[in-house]
Design a protein around this ligand. Structure first.
Ligand code: RIB
Length: 319
């Protein structure tokens, strides 16, 4: 579906990140080592954390510039076309002739749980041109980053964002150790429970522990930290304290891109100047719709769908 361009007053978000063709195999359950089983279906669907987050932002009404790299192949063309259909500016997506487009092998169980293996391909060739990025960040509310592109380029992009006075929203996934220089440059950090545990060095086994970890991460520099907890919702921490945001009860069809969808809705809401807790709630509503549908980008809801969806219970302040 072609989406109409973002409205003139839409907040601008720049997403630097990965673009993958997801090869999605549905299986009753993941095979054990050495086991062969029949799958239910195979599909090629647009994905990649960077691309998904860009689509997540665009479908919530953000004006989005995507920066990344694809190969000179059919997957690369399909991924760029899919972003363009969502009204995303893809002029910053470089075509790298020497490498194939990134591919993710996504195995989805009947339970909705997934297992993903990413072959980075052209995502590993992402290179930040500081002067070009400075121009691309003009007027942007956020630079959105993940860890599916080279870490040194993520660091360089953060440096340019700091010089351009553009806030950084970081989703350090898949997890790698964060260099010390990253911390003061992060405005908003979004992590899942495993990432929170690895980054903080603290156990994250429930809501209380997530709050302790969120506070520890906040103390390292970000203005806001969100720890997403799947079926338990999310914990949000900022200078005003820590709150638990309960989840909505939904039957999971496919959890792929739920985190990316959450992040897109959160980013656009924050970019619109809405309160942090309202932004987290919107993210939960968007992610709840996403997990009820198959695929990565095809499962990301529109703003109208999110606004028509159930509202989760109010956040609960944590001691
Ligand atoms: O976050 C989900 C994404 O992770 C998938 O679309 C896959 O491409 C991997 O990057």
């Amino acid at each position: 579906m072609n989406r109409s361009p973002a409205s003139a007053d839409a907040p601008l978000l720049v997403v630097l990140g990965s673009l993958n063709m997801d090869v999605v195999v549905r299986v009753p359950q993941a095979p054990a080592a050495g086991e062969t089983l029949h799958g239910r279906s195979i599909d090629h669907l647009p994905g990649g954390k960077g691309g998904n987050q860009a689509v997540g932002c665009a479908r919530q009404g953000g004006a989005v510039r995507m920066l990344g790299c694809v190969g000179a192949d059919a997957h690369g063309t399909a991924l760029r076309d899919a972003l363009a259909r969502d009204g995303i500016d893809t002029r910053g997506v470089r075509v790298e002739a020497a490498t194939p487009t990134g591919v993710a092998l996504v195995m989805v169980e009947d339970s909705g749980q997934n297992r993903i293996v990413v072959i980075p391909g052209a995502n590993a060739a992402v290179q930040v041109d500081p002067a070009a990025l400075r121009a691309q960040l003009a007027g942007a509310a956020f630079l959105v980053l993940q860890f599916e592109t080279p870490l040194d380029q993520v660091g360089l992009a953060m440096e340019v964002a700091a010089q351009a006075d553009c806030k950084v929203l970081l989703n350090p996934s898949p997890m790698q150790t964060l260099p010390g220089a990253f911390w003061p440059r992060i405005d908003t950090l979004v992590v899942n429970e495993l990432e929170a545990q690895m980054l903080s060095g603290l156990p994250v086994t429930g809501i209380t522990e997530a709050a302790v970890a969120a506070r520890a991460l906040l103390a390292r520099g970000p203005a806001r930290v969100v720890v997403t907890l799947g079926g338990e919702g999310a914990v949000a921490a900022d200078a005003d304290g820590c709150r638990h945001h309960p989840a909505l009860r939904v039957k999971a069809v496919d959890t792929t891109a739920a985190g990316d969808t959450f992040l897109g809705a959160l980013a656009v809401s924050l970019a619109r100047g809405e309160p942090f807790d309202a932004a987290v709630q919107l993210g939960i509503r968007a992610a709840s719709l996403c997990i009820g549908r198959p695929g990565a980008q095809p499962s990301i809801p529109s703003r109208d769908e999110v606004l028509a969806s159930p509202v989760p219970p109010a956040p609960i302040a944590l001691p």
